[in-house]
Design a protein around this ligand. Structure first.
Ligand SMILES: Cc1cc2nc3c(=O)[nH]c(=O)nc-3n(C[C@H](O)[C@H](O)[C@H](O)COP(=O)(O)OP(=O)(O)OC[C@H]3O[C@@H](n4cnc5c(N)ncnc54)[C@H](O)[C@@H]3O)c2cc1C
Length: 300
């Protein structure tokens, strides 16, 4: 990795070798890796061009709320830390051009203050805007894709690519426009007007989530996607895990959350391997006892 150390000397780029990454994922798995923190669009283009010239792979890290980080990896992580015009959030406007690194919590608090219709869909999701768009993150109020108008990608060659969002751009927890190596740099968000009831909806939803999900524990959110089987019937993974009696089940320092069975809590020094083992056990038990194959929502 010394090539990166020698060559990543651009303005607005910080390179840290073998960084302790425990705090870089919400599940707090033990992990170390090389981290490239990029603070501007120009710097991002330079970094991607350099990595591409040297045929080096990389992985983009948002808030690490949907990622299981391995103990070690030879592939460097890129994290964005862009500044932006915060005056955009002082009053409501028709459109917002925001960096991928802004947190959804910042946007929810703006929506709560001014009652932005449509922005309630991502209430309470811990994420960067880029990670949320990549995942088409959502709740049972809707998905973030519904309020995205445009996405600015930087390709692995360091070039800008502007994506105009249409009805084919997103599906359940997926986008269909980010190609391997692309980095989401900026997102243009819209809303559907001002409605004072939205603030109440956001507060009620946050209260409900706090009661039903382990939000203070170290987790990666829902481990499994809900599965749709014949005639559009949806099987909720958490409910099925509860039914087969595995709520509260522990393996080493991992526990199936007693609060919500589709969450897995890291109660100590868990590793990537521990989580994989636990997921494997759950998938096999679910298949054996219910006949349903549940795919993971969390990324490896
Ligand atoms: C307590 C808890 C509750 C949760 N509740 C929900 C929920 O209700 N609904 C829901 O949908 N999810 C939920 N999640 C999961 C998670 O918050 C979402 O998947 C979120 O979108 C992840 O965003 P992130 O910034 O953390 O992305 P990361 O986890 O860091 O990354 C996720 C993926 O996006 C890619 N990525 C991230 N940023 C970029 C970028 N700028 N450009 C290109 N690719 C990028 C990464 O490479 C990775 O493949 C929850 C998680 C936790 C811990």
């Amino acid at each position: 990795m010394s090539l990166l150390k020698d060559e990543l000397k651009f303005k607005d780029v910080v390179f840290e070798e073998k960084k302790d990454l425990k705090k870089f994922s919400t599940m707090r798995l033990n992990a170390t890796g090389d981290m490239i923190t990029v603070q501007t669009l120009t710097a991002l283009k330079q970094v991607l061009k350099l990595l591409n010239k040297n045929k080096m792979e990389y992985r983009v890290l948002g808030w690490g709320a949907n990622l299981l980080l391995p103990l070690t990896t030879a592939i460097p992580y890129i994290q964005l830390d862009f500044d932006f015009d915060k005056s955009q959030l002082e009053t409501p406007r028709e459109e917002y051009l925001l960096p991928a690194s802004v947190s959804l919590a910042t946007l929810t608090s703006h929506a709560n203050k001014f009652g932005l219709k449509g922005w309630e869909v991502f209430t309470g999701i811990p994420a960067s805007l880029g990670g949320a768009v990549f995942m088409n993150a959502g709740t049972n109020l809707g998905e973030i894709g519904s309020v995205v108008k445009e996405v600015l990608l930087i390709t692995k060659e360091g070039e800008e690519k502007l994506i105009k969002i249409d009805q084919h751009s997103f599906s359940y927890r997926r986008n269909h426009f980010v190609e391997a190596g692309d980095v989401i740099a900026e997102v243009r968000l819209i809303h559907f007007g001002i409605d004072e009831m939205i603030s109440k909806k956001i507060r009620d939803y946050l209260e409900m989530r706090t009661k039903t999900q382990p939000l203070k524990e170290w987790t990666c959110g829902c481990v499994f996607k809900n599965q749709t089987i014949e005639r559009g019937v949806t099987c909720r993974a958490g409910l099925f895990i509860d039914i087969i009696g595995l709520k509260g089940f522990s393996y080493k320092n991992l526990m199936i959350s007693p609060k919500h069975a589709n969450f897995m809590e890291n109660r100590g020094d868990s590793t990537y391997e521990d989580v994989i083992t636990m997921i494997d056990v759950l998938q096999r038990e679910l298949k054996l006892q219910t006949g349903v194959t549940f795919n993971t929502e969390v990324e490896f």
